[in-house]
Design a protein around this ligand. Structure first.
Ligand SMILES: C[C@](O)(CO)[C@H](O)COP(=O)(O)OP(=O)(O)OC[C@H]1O[C@@H](n2ccc(N)nc2=O)[C@H](O)[C@@H]1O
Ligand SMILES: Nc1ncnc2c1ncn2[C@@H]1O[C@H](COP(=O)(O)OP(=O)(O)OP(=O)(O)O)[C@@H](O)[C@H]1O
Length: 286
């Protein structure tokens, strides 16, 4: 019998603002951030196996299969749910790695969501988000699937309805280690906490930006170039920088002002993750 196959988009996120307000005893930074999803990402396919095997068909440069967040997420769910089933997984990577658009975390979350459905584990999103947090601070937001104001390390989420403009995302060819940025001595770690009511007026800054611009001249240059045509900001710990536009045509016209050597993509903002919209459609189809 042919086993079911599901195809899902594993989207990018942007941090529209990111303030660091303190540090936990374990060294993790306490953040205030606004997450927006993009209708753009990696493509993933999941096929049920009736045995226990987990097979990832595509590899990533510099990432051992057992370190790949996709297999780590699949193993975690298998252990937690005691599922006797397995899966074959395919990944078509589009998102830049170490780009601050959350590609690895998104892949992990998409895996948890897809296998929860394929294996009929029926774990609620809150439980999947708890599991996801063991894999990375950015995983819960991709599980929850709504644009939001997030606090803690990003796991305390309050949904926020945002505008859904088009974004021009410049992707400098550098892979940035999140841990390196968070360990910089000069990083701002004492921003004044703001409230969700004032976030859209007061939250325009990314506290990681100064450190990243100093460590990575390519990112500094990208911010300068994009800054000529819009307000340009860093997402997460970089390397990607972005600006928003009222239409796709306006974003395309801004992209034409960039040097040909500078890679970019254009995508629409979305209040609900595309993965959730696709999974809901599959559920409706039965
Ligand atoms: C910067 C953001 O992308 C904003 O959305 C996230 O906070 C980063 O999330 P992530 O990539 O999933 O990060 P993780 O894989 O959990 O952490 C990588 C490393 O970054 C540091 N780290 C991460 C998140 C955080 N709030 N404080 C930290 O100090 C820790 O040294 C950690 O070992
Ligand atoms: N499936 C995966 N996709 C991408 N990176 C992965 C994956 N699995 C493990 N990794 C590792 O995670 C690192 C960070 O990848 P990722 O693309 O998520 O960075 P990022 O966008 O900067 O993340 P964030 O915004 O969450 O800080 C990669 O350099 C790679 O070593």
């Amino acid at each position: 019998m042919t086993q079911p196959l599901i195809t899902l988009t594993s989207p990018a996120k942007l941090n529209l603002m990111l303030h660091i307000i303190g540090r936990r005893a374990d060294g993790y930074h306490q953040l205030q951030t606004v997450f927006q999803f993009l209708d753009y990402g990696d493509s993933m396919q999941f096929k049920l196996r009736t045995d226990h095997q987990l097979i990832l068909h595509d590899s990533l440069p510099g990432v051992l299969p057992e370190q790949n967040l996709i297999l780590r997420a699949a193993h975690l769910l298998q252990q937690h749910s005691n599922s006797q089933q397995g899966a074959e997984i395919w990944l078509n990577k589009q998102l830049p790695m170490g780009g601050g658009v959350g590609g690895g975390s998104s892949n992990a979350a998409t895996t948890l969501l897809a296998l929860n459905q394929l294996w009929q584990c029926q774990l609620p999103l809150t439980k999947l988000a708890q599991l996801g947090l063991q894999l990375g601070a950015d995983v819960p937001v991709f599980i929850q699937g709504q644009s939001c104001f997030a606090e803690g390390v990003g796991e305390q989420m309050t949904p926020l309805v945002l505008a859904e403009p088009w974004f021009l995302v410049v992707t400098p060819k550098v892979c940035i280690s999140t841990a390196e940025v968070f360990s910089a001595p000069e990083l701002t770690r004492d921003s004044q906490p703001i409230t969700i009511r004032t976030v859209l007026e007061q939250g325009h800054r990314n506290d990681c930006q100064a450190v990243v611009e100093r460590l990575y001249p390519e990112v500094h240059e990208a911010l300068n170039l994009l800054g000529r045509v819009c307000q340009a900001k860093l997402t997460g710990t970089g390397s990607c920088v972005f600006g928003s536009f009222p239409s796709q045509a306006a974003a395309e016209s801004a992209a034409r002002t960039l040097p040909n050597s500078l890679p970019y993509f254009i995508a629409k903002g979305a209040n609900t993750s595309v993965t959730h919209r696709q999974l809901n459609k599959l559920k409706e189809l039965g």
